[in-house]
Design a protein around this ligand. Structure first.
Ligand code: 13P
Ligand code: SF4
Length: 370
């Protein structure tokens, strides 16, 4: 079911009350997860907010909840389904909340890529790592081939682990996170990385290039973070003297290099929270989060790195009408927009996700209610 005609209109003045009533009626049977990039109107009803890593942990840490309502995007809800019991139902309030980056690596393309690595004689020494922002099928692929999943919070640890298991990494689907981690965290050189283009014959790489590479990057990117530019960094430094520029590692390598700091969503939040009053920040990440941080820290100047970049349109699909629609159906005993992953895919994706959750240095699941 996507969104039938009974979706309340955004103009309905009772939406907040309706959401509160439905949530109260469900009580502990529902647990609402809210990604940091969600709208304020949705975050207001989240039992816990977090980045994709924390939300995956939180989904796994709530076996008592019959319904996990995932306010985020499709791949995150799939991971929640994989990490929760079969008796729990994961609901995505709007099925159109996908992720353009996750869609850049289709399972058949990744299978073709692996055959290409086999023909070049390097598959046996290659460990696949996939960013959380990938479909369950891609996570299952990494599980089957001895690899793991990472998020922007633990990409360094995951890549170090990968190099303990093999000689090369195939990093999917975000070329920028892969390159930034390899070069900035593991001190590899830019030319240790090659770019595999699934739209070119053989990935656009020769056997020699594949044999010489340490990291084979998939040609995928985030359509939001990929839009920040080196010019936007220079412009904000002129506009706000003394500003600290902090960007997400999904940004292009040149942008990350031009910035002062790089960090995952949780690390950006922690940096602003820890900053002294009177300091100025320009943040290169999703706009809902930046706006909320600016409002939460009136004693600091928190600016958006580039005013021409806008919200993540798929994260923004989840709004109050969709949340009310999903919750009220659950109250009536009707599970709408359930996200399910078939058992074989779920098994191998779980293998990959559990390897990630067991990576050395991984923090335990934090307390549930923010
Ligand atoms: P986090 O891993 O920081 O939650 O990021 C998820 C995401 O979609 C970033 O664009
Ligand atoms: Fe996907 Fe980028 Fe949106 Fe994150 S911000 S969900 S990576 S499109």
């Amino acid at each position: 079911m996507s969104c039938p005609g009974d979706l309340p209109p955004p103009s309905d003045a009772d939406l907040v009350a309706r959401a509160a009533t439905a949530k109260a009626a469900l009580g502990d049977r529902v647990f609402i997860l809210g990604h940091h990039y969600q709208r304020d109107e949705v975050i207001a009803f989240a039992d816990v907010t977090g980045d994709s890593f924390k939300l995956a942990q939180q989904a796994a840490a709530h076996p008592e909840a019959e319904y996990i309502v995932f306010c985020g995007v499709h791949f995150m809800a799939e991971s929640a389904d994989i990490l929760t019991a079969d008796t729990q139902h994961v609901v995505l309030p709007d099925m159109a909340a996908g992720c353009s980056m996750a869609d850049m690596a289709a399972a058949s393309q990744v299978d073709d890529c692996w055959r290409r690595l086999e023909s070049a004689g390097v598959a046996d020494v290659t460990v696949p790592l996939t960013y959380m922002n990938s479909t369950a099928a891609i996570k299952a692929f990494t599980g089957r081939h001895g690899g793991t999943v990472c998020t922007s919070s633990n990409a360094k640890r995951a890549m170090q682990w990968g190099f303990e298991q093999g000689e090369k990494i195939l990093f999917l689907p975000d070329q920028h996170l892969g390159r930034n981690t390899a070069v900035l965290d593991l001190d590899l050189r830019l030319d240790d990385c090659v770019l595999y283009d699934p739209h070119k014959p053989g990935g656009g790489l020769t056997d020699d290039q594949l044999r010489d590479a340490r990291v084979i990057l998939w040609r995928g990117h985030c359509s939001v973070h990929g839009r920040f530019t080196v010019d936007s960094v220079a412009e904000v430094r002129e506009r706000i003297p003394g500003v600290t520029v902090m960007v997400h590692p999904e940004c292009q390598h040149e942008v990350v290099t031009a910035a002062d700091r790089v960090g995952s969503t949780e690390q950006i939040i922690a940096a602003v929270e820890a900053a002294e009053s009177g300091t100025s920040w320009a943040l290169g990440t999703e706009l809902n989060l930046v706006r909320r941080l600016a409002l939460a820290h009136p004693d600091k100047q928190v600016a958006f790195l580039d005013r021409a970049v806008c919200y993540c349109s798929t994260m923004n699909r989840i709004d109050l009408p969709h949340l009310v629609w999903a919750l009220e159906h659950l109250v009536e005993g009707q599970v709408v927009n359930r996200i399910t992953v078939d058992s074989d895919t779920a098994h191998w994706a779980r293998v990959a996700l559990e390897r990630m959750l067991a990576l050395p240095g991984t923090p335990a699941a934090p307390a549930s209610h923010d």
